[in-house]
Write a protein that binds this ligand. Structure first.
Ligand SMILES: Nc1nc2c(ncn2[C@@H]2O[C@H](COP(=O)(O)OP(=O)(O)OP(=O)(O)O)[C@@H](O)[C@H]2O)c(=O)[nH]1
Length: 305
């Protein structure tokens, strides 16, 4: 097993360029995500490709997105450190679009990954003719300023074209090393912690003055729908625990409007972090004694050891 390879692969690109679909195609079915808490890892992990020769950890690159959330800010704070730990950076460029300022910005960011191998992935090739694809490929080589693409690979994740080739190229470009995660990892307890934190942030965002920081969130139920589509779909039911009845009113707002807003924002944040579609059901509960409830504390992640 000494020639096993492992490493981190960043997938970047403008919104809607096919990143999530590609991740699902590479990772295989079902949960294409395990998202360890960003405070404890340097990247938000989008998926892990396990194959007999290598393990590739697919990560988000905070640096190439403008941060919209607190979490985004925190991720950005560590970006310079993360650039060095990425072994391959892959930029998704849809075959049916041309590149503009957005792509140039991202390509300039990629140049900062001095150590990483750089792949341009021309996505959604099933949408264009061979002739148009050739023109697109030319434009893409011109995007690279201050570096050269190590590989330019046209792919279609939708019809699984060239995905096997891409898998092989990833393996060829990873350094030798052991797996970072157990190779049967599909989901991760920590994903729940991340979801709870995003809900809590959404709740505190516009009620920071009125609510104590002691509000807590627990996941009551989380399941994946058996649905075909480019992204997994999760149903999540969560409870926001407050300490007093009056705080319930603050969270609910007039006719429940505030809770609706919180839910909407949290859902968007969770969808972005997980690369999945989400149904989010939120409930508010007065849990006066939560701080002394060992069972609840354990579910909140405060386990005694
Ligand atoms: N025809 C075709 N459509 C694709 C392909 N890959 C992705 N799409 C579609 O393109 C759209 C965007 O794909 P996503 O995978 O969600 O793109 P994304 O880059 O993750 O988007 P964001 O999460 O917004 O950043 C979806 O409607 C996909 O179904 C492909 O290979 N062929």
């Amino acid at each position: 097993m000494s020639d096993f390879r492992s490493g981190f692969v960043a997938i970047v690109g403008r919104p809607n360029t096919g990143k999530s679909t590609l991740i699902n195609a590479l990772v295989g079915s079902k949960i294409a995500i395990t998202s360890p808490h960003p405070n404890t890892t340097r990247h938000a992990i989008r998926g892990i490709v396990n194959n007999p020769e290598y393990q590739a950890v697919l990560v988000d690159t905070p640096g190439v997105h403008k941060p919209k959330t607190l979490l985004g800010h925190r991720l950005n704070a560590v970006v310079n450190e993360s650039l060095d730990s990425v072994d391959i950076v892959m930029m998704c460029l849809p075959a049916d679009e041309t590149s503009g300022a957005g792509d140039e910005f991202i390509a300039a960011e990629i140049a900062k990954y001095s150590r990483a191998k750089k792949f341009a992935l021309v996505t959604k090739t099933d949408l264009v003719s061979k002739k148009n694809l050739a023109g697109r490929l030319l434009g893409i080589s011109q995007l690279a300023k201050g570096f050269t693409w190590d590989e330019i690979v046209p792919i279609s994740a939708a019809i699984h074209e060239q995905i096997d080739l891409l898998e092989k190229l990833i393996g060829d470009n990873l350094p030798a090393g052991p797996a970072f995660y157990p190779t049967d990892v599909k989901s991760d307890q920590k994903i729940e912690t991340l979801i709870c934190e995003l809900i809590r942030e959404a709740a505190l965002r516009d009620a920071r003055e009125e609510l104590p920081h002691s509000i807590m969130v627990t996941i009551d139920e989380m399941g994946e729908r058996e649905e075909k589509g480019s992204r997994p779909f999760f149903d999540i039911h969560a409870t926001i625990h407050v300490e007093r009845d009056s705080q319930t009113g603050i969270l609910l707002g007039h006719q429940g409007e505030r809770l609706k807003d919180i839910g909407m924002r949290a859902r968007k944040d969770i969808e972005r972090e997980l690369g999945a579609r989400i149904f989010l059901g939120l409930h508010v509960k007065v849990s006066k004694e939560w701080q002394r409830d060992p069972k609840l504390l354990e579910r909140l992640g405060f386990t005694e050891r």
